[in-house]
Design a protein around this ligand. Structure first.
Ligand code: HEC
Length: 164
């Protein structure tokens, strides 16, 4: 009797662990353009994420990114932005599609926060790729950091204040 109970309990625990592990989001990629690209286009497709809180697809953008923008964020980033937490948590990814005025995709720009990656600049990994997936820029990209650095007080983020 005891043995059977133990067996049932073990099976239950294994079952629960499988369900929990299966339900978890896939792990975060290393700080590398190809790994990040594969992650957001295959393992954890960004088009299935939430859009930036309060933004719809193809909202008007400014220089240099594009006339029309669609921006997706991971759940942790969504909560931090929506809850005005002041900064974006480690492991967060922000993917912005940059469109021409005629709605053709021109490029995709990504910010990925990797703990310890670039402590002088809030640990952002920067990525820009063409619609065919060819990587234009990646890593600690000087251009991206210089311009986004104007919003150092806002965790290098332009689209909306992260503070209450
Ligand atoms: C000359 C300034 C400038 C440069 C250079 C620049 N950005 Fe931006 N970026 C902006 C502005 C302004 C926004 C807000 C969206 C808009 O209005 O276009 C933005 C928005 C973003 C966003 C959405 C999150 C946010 O900060 O609002 C991402 C992701 C992004 N940029 C990535 C990049 C990457 C990657 C590079 C380098 C390849 C880059 N940016 C270079 C000005 C810049």
């Amino acid at each position: 009797m005891k043995g059977r109970l133990l067996l049932s309990a073990t099976i239950l625990v294994i079952f629960l662990l499988t369900v929990i592990a299966g339900g978890c989001a896939p792990g975060t990629p290393v700080a590398d353009g190809t790994a990040l690209y594969n992650h957001i286009t295959k393992e954890n497709e960004y088009k299935k994420w939430k859009m930036w809180p309060g933004k719809q697809a193809l909202y008007p953008g400014t220089e240099p990114h594009g006339a029309l923008l669609t921006t997706y964020v991971t759940d942790g980033a969504f909560s931090a932005i929506d809850g005005k937490k002041g900064s974006i948590p480690n492991g967060s990814i922000i993917v912005k599609e940059n469109y021409m005025p005629d709605k053709t995709l021109a490029a995709v720009t990504v910010m990925y926060k990797v703990k310890g990656y670039d402590s002088a600049n809030n640990d952002w990994f920067w990525l820009k790729y063409a619609p065919n997936g060819a990587i234009d820029a990646q890593g600690k990209v000087g251009d991206c950091i210089a311009c986004h650095g104007k919003r150092r007080d806002n965790d290098f983020i332009f689209t909306g204040s992260l503070k209450p």
